[in-house]
Design a protein. Structure first.
Length: 507
């Protein structure tokens, strides 16, 4: 073959390989899983450079280590000192290193061969460099050219491949970090509304928590009753976020706030052109598809709207206003009401057939005055939340807790929470006293009723006994860690120590 033909042949081969790199780059940019991406790059580099093996090493600058998640032909994960070996030298210096006989080069780290059982002959290593900021993020290495040694053309090909690989790796890493962040956020959301978010040691609250645990993986409809402010919405969120539907939509709708003219559109959606200027819009049933729809104050819906909800529950389809085709939906329906729905049925204001469709399981949230033993626990819980949000360290005096237990709380748990927020915002000292309490909280109206007690003991004794038990339980939970115990109970560390001395608790 003449020299001209050889040059033409060489240029043709280089062109083919560069075209192949372009195709590989497109594949790399569409791959988001880091392990799969590295496997793809290593495999294609091996093929293009006619090598025996390829490895991609990522640089851990903090620990000055290189690690390989993928080495083609090996399942091992290799981690070693970046200051040793040719790949490390390429990563730390940012230079291309081409060695025809590895064991004659002083930089070669033969311990890797000993670790893997592989015999390295020739070796080509190029730095993986982030093109955005120029930072070297690792090294790309190919081993054992099948015929001869790696040449200048191989160096150019591997450098081109490495440049594209660096971009793809950075993208995959960013997406991986975003995925982890999303998972962390989901963990926070699920944790926020999981069963432990519902605070209470009273038998009635514990019974509700146990029922939530039993039905968490079921899709049956649940009716939640109770006065305003008792936490019906929190129960709905706990049911959703502890269920198999947790990663699907949770849609909440207050039926009492819906004008009658908009109920159908809001629940079922509307088609474009029904009226002038109206665009197509999905309803809340469709928005909750695959997840949970929480209809609060269900007793305020008209009989006409109730009939259409009943059809959705029976047929599992919705019909948009002005629509001609039914849309299938898979929705778990949770409902809540502060009305006595059975009384509403007798008055003709609520459909009996819908009532029994919604009330497959019934949860009744007790008023705060019926679970007075939970008031100190709830108060400490809300205090810890408010202190965390405000950056303050406060504690409630025994007198305040006693007064809180004695109060009527017509607004239930929500009113108690708001009162704690007010106290934290207005407190002048580190200990909140009775002087700080609001005047708007009425005393117990039924004075003939016996004050809350424990086996006939006074309220003061009951509060102290509950406080002693809470501190003892939390100390046990935290392994007698006073700092964590104080934080969990919304106390300063010194406040906890004072209470431990008062109650003769050891930890």
């Amino acid at each position: 073959m003449s020299t001209a033909n050889q040059v033409a042949y060489s240029n043709s081969r280089l062109h083919e390989k560069l075209s192949a790199i372009l195709t590989i780059s497109q594949q790399m940019n569409s791959e988001r899983d880091l392990s799969t991406l590295l496997d793809l790059v290593a495999r294609e580099a091996t093929r293009l450079l006619e090598a025996d093996r390829a490895s991609i090493f990522l640089l851990d600058r903090e620990n000055l280590q290189l690690w390989s998640k993928v080495a083609l032909g090996s399942e091992d994960i290799i981690r070693f000192d970046a200051r040793k070996g040719i790949a490390g030298a390429a990563a730390l210096t940012g230079k291309v290193i081409n060695v025809s006989d590895a064991y004659t080069d002083a930089r070669f780290n033969s311990s890797i061969d000993l670790q893997t059982g592989y015999r390295t002959r020739s070796l080509l290593a190029v730095p993986l460099q982030n093109l955005i900021d120029g930072e070297v993020v690792g090294a790309f290495e190919v081993l054992n050219k099948r015929h001869g040694a790696f040449d200048a053309e191989d160096e150019e090909i591997l450098k081109s491949l490495a440049a594209q690989a660096a971009i793809a790796i950075q993208t995959a890493r960013s997406i991986g970090e975003l995925t982890k962040e999303n998972a962390h956020l989901w963990h926070e959301v699920e944790g926020r509304y999981a069963r432990h978010r519902i605070v209470g040691n009273s038998p009635r609250i514990q019974t509700i928590l146990q029922l939530i645990e039993r039905i968490r993986d079921s899709s049956v409809n649940v009716l939640i009753s109770g006065e305003s402010g008792t936490g019906k919405d929190l129960i709905a969120k706990a049911l959703h976020y502890s269920s198999l539907r947790a990663r699907r939509p949770f849609v909440a709708l207050n039926c009492a706030a819906l004008p009658e003219s908009l109920v159908e559109t809001e629940l079922f959606g509307i088609e474009k052109g029904v009226a002038t200027g109206v665009n197509s819009r999905m309803g809340q049933f469709q928005a909750a598809d695959g997840g949970t729809l929480f209809l609060d104050e269900i007793g305020d819906l008209s009989l006409a709207a109730q009939a259409k909800i009943l059809r959705v529950l029976e047929a599992k389809v919705v019909d948009r206003v002005g629509g001609r085709t039914s849309i299938p939906v898979d929705v778990r329906v949770l409902t809540a009401s502060n009305k006595d729905l059975e009384a509403e049925i007798k008055k003709g204001n609520f459909r009996e057939d819908l009532y029994y469709r919604l009330k497959v399981i019934h949860l009744h949230m007790p008023s705060l005055r019926d679970i007075r033993e939970d008031i100190p626990l709830l108060a400490h819980h809300f205090l810890a939340e408010s202190c965390r949000d405000s950056g303050r360290e406060l504690e409630l005096s025994t007198g305040v807790l006693r007064r809180m237990v004695e109060k009527e709380w017509p607004g239930n748990v929500r009113q108690l929470q708001n009162e704690i927020k007010r106290l934290v915002a207005c407190a002048r000292k580190s200990v909140i006293t009775e002087e700080d309490l609001g005047e708007g909280i009425p005393e117990i109206r039924n004075h003939t009723r016996k004050a809350a007690d424990v086996d006939g003991a006074s309220i003061k004794h009951a509060v102290e006994e509950l406080e002693r038990r809470m501190i003892g339980d939390m100390l046990q939970t935290t392994g007698n860690n006073q700092q964590r115990t104080a934080k969990a109970l919304g106390l300063s560390r010194q406040g906890l120590i004072n209470k431990m001395k008062r109650y003769r608790l050891h930890g």
